[in-house]
Ligand binder design. Structure first.
Ligand code: PLP
Length: 388
């Protein structure tokens, strides 16, 4: 029997045609597809600006730089995330610290955040940037995090790598109502794909301008932005240190085509999630809890094994599922426990809720083309692996 992965892309003929059309056109990069993709995302989210780049990791990096994060500053993020949410701070020479997660959503816990801010204020170590991560596609408690940002003076980058197509309090994730910048990822396991790719959304004109420069060497051809008189029509000026983080036309064309099916993908994921919820009702697992303010993008469907109800270990359940062809995964190993971060002094016990989550979590297969018969097989194998 074929194994079932935890996530996979959906590519149709329209996607293929869109990419082939770019290959036959004049522009493989810096043509019309990237701005078109950006406009689609900005319109979808109701945001003023969208800056497409070659990955969400790059988007996080230029977002931090645009907010002037640098040496001597602190960036805080959730410890239950992909390493990129933290690494972006280190790229800028800032220091990184973590916040524990909420026991029901596994998102950055606003209560833990507030407690940590009170202490940091006393020690004069308040963060400049906080990166809430919308784990599985469910938005964090952004209103509270935003209010804390106002009180303690930090800026906010939403890492919504899992969240495109989701909503928070009746507005699309990416609207940036409670943040400076929101970042999406278009890696193939995410909700829509551009192969590799990411985007930074913002309503702030200045931040958009800085990010546009940062993604392309810090070079401008706009005489209005030049610091010196232009020499002639060939002239460009580098006015800051930037990178080459540009998205290609091939990627953007794929993204434009995928946007047609974004809502369909997300609603299909919701159908599958409700079906999992029902099928797992009598299993020794805790199914995902959805906060009433949120409509998740549902990138992931994470269950927590109820270890007190079974005679197997978490690892046994996980390994048995893998052996039987179910491509389960674990999102994520808490970042502070990664050897690279542990070498900075973080240790087991620092973030107990996140560490407890790590000992119980399993991501079940979740993607738009997952068939109900495959889902039944996942549940059967899970039941056997749990021994109940
Ligand atoms: C996938 C992911 C990223 C990085 O995305 P890339 O596009 O692969 O760089 C960052 N943060 C989170 C939470 C992710 O899941």
């Amino acid at each position: 029997m074929q194994s079932i992965p935890y996530g996979r892309q959906h590519i149709n003929q329209a996607d293929i045609d869109a990419v082939v059309q770019v290959l036959q056109s004049d522009y493989l990069t810096q043509g019309p597809a990237v701005p078109k993709f950006e406009r689609l995302l900005a319109d979808y989210c109701g945001t003023a600006h969208a800056l497409a780049v070659n990955s969400a990791t790059s988007a996080l990096h230029i977002a931090c730089l645009a907010l002037d994060l640098g040496p001597g500053d602190w960036l805080w993020t959730s410890t239950v995330t992909f390493v990129a949410s933290a690494n972006c701070g280190l790229y800028c020479g800032a220091q990184v610290d973590f916040v524990d997660v909420d026991s029901r959503t596994y998102n950055l816990c606003p209560v833990a955040l507030e407690r940590k801010l009170e202490q940091a204020e006393r020690e004069g170590k308040l963060p400049k940037v906080v990166v809430p991560v919308h784990l599985t596609g469910q938005a964090c408690d952004m209103r509270v995090i935003h209010a804390l940002g106002q009180r303690y003076g930090f800026r906010i980058i939403e890492d919504a790598s899992h969240g495109v197509g989701g909503r928070y309090r009746d507005r699309p994730i990416g609207a940036c109502e409670y943040s400076d910048i929101t970042v999406f990822s278009f890696h193939p396991v995410k909700i829509i794909t551009t192969a590799e790719g990411g985007i930074a959304m913002t309503n702030n004109d200045g931040l958009a301008e800085r990010m546009a420069l940062l993604r392309s060497h810090g070079i401008t051809r706009d005489p209005a932005k030049m610091t010196h008189e232009p020499d002639g029509g060939w002239y460009y000026q580098q006015i800051m240190l930037g990178y080459n983080y540009r998205m290609t036309e091939l990627q953007a064309a794929l993204g434009v085509s995928q946007m047609d099916r974004l809502d369909e993908f997300v609603s299909r994921r919701h159908v599958l999630a409700r079906r999992y919820d029902a099928l797992l009702a009598n299993c020794a697992v805790t199914v995902p809890w959805q906060h009433p303010d949120t409509y998740s993008g549902l990138h992931l469907y994470v269950v927590r094994v109820q270890l007190d109800k079974i005679r197997r270990t978490h690892r046994q359940v996980f390994d048995e599922m893998r052996e039987k062809g179910i491509g389960v995964n674990l999102h994520y190993i808490p970042v502070h426990l990664q050897p690279y971060y542990a070498s900075m002094g973080f240790q087991a016990g620092d973030f107990p809720e996140a560490e407890r989550y790590y000992t119980e979590a399993i991501s079940l297969p979740m993607y738009a083309t997952l068939q109900e018969s495959e889902q039944d097989r996942v549940v059967d194998v899970l039941r056997e692996a749990l021994g109940n």
